[in-house]
Design a protein around this ligand. Structure first.
Ligand code: FAD
Length: 520
């Protein structure tokens, strides 16, 4: 007999709410995976929200798999049930819009697999073979880094934050300051183990089961559950010259960023290029010092911002890798790169840190935010890919338009990427134009009413982009209707629906993305 109950899939802290019915067949609890299912309220409550703290929906149960076979059995059970129930793999639950939730179904706590030894294995290469790591989908990037560094190796592309899982980022794309040169993390994957929505366990790569491989990379969890990823490695540097260059003028800022990621400059330039925007009020009312900037630096930056008409200033963040033996040449290289750039005179800030300190830099910010109660707050984040040809319009309309008077607590990222480093066969959606900007409006809601206000501002940003025909794409996307999803995927939409029918015909996987309300 099917034990059924309904569940509220609602948007917290706002007036929106959608109710979805669900429940689990009673005979699931007689199945061999039953001993790994938890239904107590503490466990289901932990799996019912995410980093965003905007959406909440409790699953009926949480699976703590001991091996990938447990996951395959659960999915197979659902797929063969008269009323298939949703199954959502959850990595760290660091999504912002409920993407890892499974209202009325089962959340698979992927991190349970990390308790097993031997889920990260490095092949150091040699004799013509390139090095790689086989990492469980549940592994944190910080864990992958630790394991690969034991061999003097590391993946090429990193997200800014390392306490998120390999499969969680590969389900999106995995972008960061190295992606202009090496592409997003998904383009650095060599092979995957995947459990499809039918419960089949499949190994896939560019040559073997390529449809599944390209579907799953950037596939928002819709086509399969990644249990292992083979990722290419390179020799890891030991140290990093980490630089921030301040600009009061957006035209110079974007021109320099684009130069830095162009082929000509990138070969001899920074190994990492990102950028940030600071609105005047963030500087004057924000922290008086940060892990990067001293109090004195902030005072100087406030001065720079007050000299600019808009009060907005920009930073290029660059990093140059080196080893002890190449210390002299990194100084020369840095000097020659800086000579080509036009940042505001005297506004160059440099740090010298270990490679690990650099990659794990957000950890320090996390510690600070946790200590002042500002980490576990709602995060109505909006991430956009803005075509290079319209970035100045976006700057005028949003940063100096919608955001005038705003006091965004959080970070605004703005940096360019090369589209040719993305593989269009993957379901991941990149930006328009050969070069496009990542704009991350990573704001936190800290006082009552902030969520609604920030959401209204997000809507105003999207409306501006629509009205002006900017051609933005969302990264870590979320939409309210299938029409919007169709438009998000553009020419890939029909392929995406075909792949869904092929690999998840019962519409079981990752319902929190809310792409396919029902395919059954
Ligand atoms: P979850 O939130 O648990 O899951 C995300 C989605 O993937 C869900 O739909 C889930 O069902 C699915 N999923 C999870 N595990 C699997 C699996 N094994 N197989 C298939 N699907 C799966 N992103 C970047 O690209 N670059 C950044 O620099 C970056 N910085 C960030 C910094 C912070 C502080 C935070 C909170 C997020 C950041 N992100 C960044 C976003 C992050 O990459 C995504 O939110 C990612 O999904 C988080 O991973 P997770 O393990 O928490 O995934």
């Amino acid at each position: 007999m099917a034990a059924r109950c309904s569940i509220a899939f609602m948007v917290m802290a706002s007036c929106l709410s959608v109710v979805v019915s669900g429940g689990l067949p009673g005979d699931l609890f007689a199945h061999s995976v039953a001993s790994k299912l938890r239904v107590d309220r503490d466990t289901t409550a932990r799996a019912s929200s995410d980093f965003g703290r905007i959406v909440a929906a409790a699953p009926e149960a949480v699976l703590h798999p001991a091996t990938p076979v447990d996951i395959a059995e659960l999915v197979r059970f659902s797929a063969s049930s008269p009323s298939p129930f949703p199954v959502a793999p959850r990595g760290q639950g660091h999504s912002a819009r409920g993407q890892s939730l499974a209202p009325g179904g089962v959340v698979v706590d992927m991190r349970a697999l990390a308790a097993r030894r031997g889920r990260v294995n490095v092949s150091a290469g040699g004799a013509g073979a390139a090095p790689y790591v086989d990492a469980g989908g549940e592994q944190l990037w910080a864990e992958v880094l630790r394991a690969t560094l034991e061999h003097g190796l590391a993946p090429r592309v990193w997200t800014d934050y390392l306490r998120i899982t390999v499969a969680g980022t590969l389900s999106n794309a995995g972008i960061g300051g190295q992606a202009f040169r090496h592409g997003p993390q998904i383009t650095n994957v060599l092979e995957l183990d995947v459990i499809t929505g039918r419960g089949d366990m499949v190994t896939c790569s560019r040559d073997k089961e390529p449809d599944l491989f390209f579907a799953v990379l950037g596939g928002l969890g819709q086509f399969g559950i990644i249990t292992r990823a083979r990722i290419g490695l390179e020799p890891a540097p030991k140290r990093v010259r980490w630089v921030r260059l301040a600009y009061s003028d957006v035209v110079t800022f974007t021109r320099d960023q684009e130069l830095l990621i162009s082929k000509r400059a990138s070969e001899a330039g920074f190994d990492y290029v990102e950028g940030q925007v600071q609105l005047n009020r963030t500087l004057t009312e924000g922290p008086k010092s940060t892990p990067f900037f001293s109090r004195f630096d902030i005072d100087r930056l406030v001065g720079l911002a007050s000299e600019s008409v808009s009060g907005v200033i920009y930073f290029i963040e660059g990093a140059m890798y080196y080893n002890e033996s190449t210390t002299a040449s990194v100084d020369q290289k840095l000097t020659s790169v800086l000579e080509q750039l036009s940042f505001d005179k005297c506004f160059v800030f440099t740090k010298d840190v270990s490679y690990v300190q650099f990659l794990d830099r957000v950890r320090e910010e996390e510690r600070i935010l946790r200590s002042i109660g500002m980490w576990d707050v709602p995060h109505p984040w909006l991430n956009l890919f803005v075509p290079q040809s319209r970035i100045l319009d976006f700057d005028t309309g949003v940063l100096k338009g919608v955001f005038v008077g705003a006091n965004p607590v959080g970070v605004i990222l703005m940096y360019p990427m090369n589209r040719n480093m993305w593989d269009d066969r993957m379901t991941a959606v990149s930006g328009n134009d050969d070069m496009f900007y990542v704009v991350g409006l990573l704001r936190s809601a800290v006082v009552p009413g902030d969520v609604e206000r920030l959401e209204r501002e997000n809507e105003a940003v999207l409306a501006f982009c629509d009205n002006e025909g900017i051609g933005c794409k969302q990264y870590l996307p979320h939409y309210a209707s299938q029409d919007e999803w169709r438009s998000h995927f553009g020419p890939k939409w029909s392929r995406v629906t075909e792949l869904k029918v092929k690999y998840d015909p019962y519409g079981i996987l990752s319902p929190g993305q809310r792409i396919f309300s029902s395919l059954t």
